[in-house]
Write a protein that binds this ligand. Structure first.
Ligand code: FPP
Length: 248
């Protein structure tokens, strides 16, 4: 046997590769897309929502198990009121559409983040979508809304501390698995691949705990321009990486 490690083949097509189980996407660049066209930022979000619909469908069709999209962060409340209102309207439109039109769909919808701040009608739609889709057997689509990785960890810590205080849990039982079980993504695999379009090299508080060993692919395309081909490109780049999880 050769003493040299066999070089991994260089993949060029998604039919050759093992797909990631869980993909995360930071849907970034809507504002710049609109600015380039002399349009209000909200027009960028409307275009971004269309891209989201298309890419979520594509991920489901190619057999991705979990897709998590970053739709609204805990920091996004700092944006102007009209932009926030436009985003809330887009979420509402999508959730109404999914209840009305996606009855025979296989996608399981979940919302991750602190939902207590949303309006009653949006909250109702979130619950209704989760209930309607919970027994389906297709891709889990996590929509991160009012989500922040640090806030998620604070919520988890409070949950754990409360359970220790109430005698339901011993401090010694706290390990990595237990912490994962107190997160919104409980029971789901960690993201293998996180895609960030728009060329920014930041995690922006996205899936902080879960992304410890995720492969990041940063792409120089604004989210509204993101196409299935970009996703394929990210999948191929991911497949050509050598994931070592801290080993050699
Ligand atoms: C970041 O781009 C994007 C957001 C804060 C919103 C993402 C939301 C959508 C794509 C809308 C639809 C989602 C659903 C679930 C229907 P940015 O505005 O920060 O862009 P910029 O960095 O170019 O300013």
């Amino acid at each position: 046997m050769s003493i040299f490690k066999r070089k991994k083949p260089e993949y060029t097509d998604i039919s050759q590769i093992q797909l990631p189980e869980h993909i995360g996407i930071i849907m970034d660049g809507n504002g710049r897309w609109a600015k380039k066209r002399g349009l209000p930022r909200s027009a960028g979000h409307t275009a971004g929502a269309q891209t989201f619909r298309k890419i979520a469908r594509y991920c489901s069709n190619i057999g991705i198990k979990v897709l998590t999209v970053y739709a609204f962060s805990t920091e996004n409340w700092r944006r102007p009121e009209d932009e926030i209102n436009a985003l809330m309207k887009l979420f509402k439109d999508y959730l109404e559409e999914s209840i009305r039109d996606f009855k025979d769909d296989s996608i399981v919808l979940k919302f991750i983040g602190d939902r207590s701040v949303f309006s009653d009608d949006l909250l109702e739609l979130m619950t209704e979508n989760e209930e309607e889709s919970k027994n389906r057997d297709g891709m889990v689509l996590n929509i991160a809304m009012n989500y922040g990785g640090r806030a998620e960890l604070v919520t988890a810590m409070r949950g754990i501390a409360g359970d220790v205080r109430d005698g339901k849990l011993s401090a010694e039982a706290i390990d990595e698995q237990l912490i994962s079980d107190y997160l919104y993504t409980k029971g789901q695999p960690d993201p293998d691949l996180i895609i960030r379009p728009s060329g920014e090299y930041r995690t922006s508080n996205f899936l902080l705990w879960q992304s410890a060993y995720s492969e990041y692919v940063i792409m120089d395309v604004l989210w509204p321009d993101f196409k299935e081909e970009h996703l394929n490109k990210a999948l191929i780049e991911y497949a050509n990486r050598n994931r070592r999880f801290g080993g050699v």
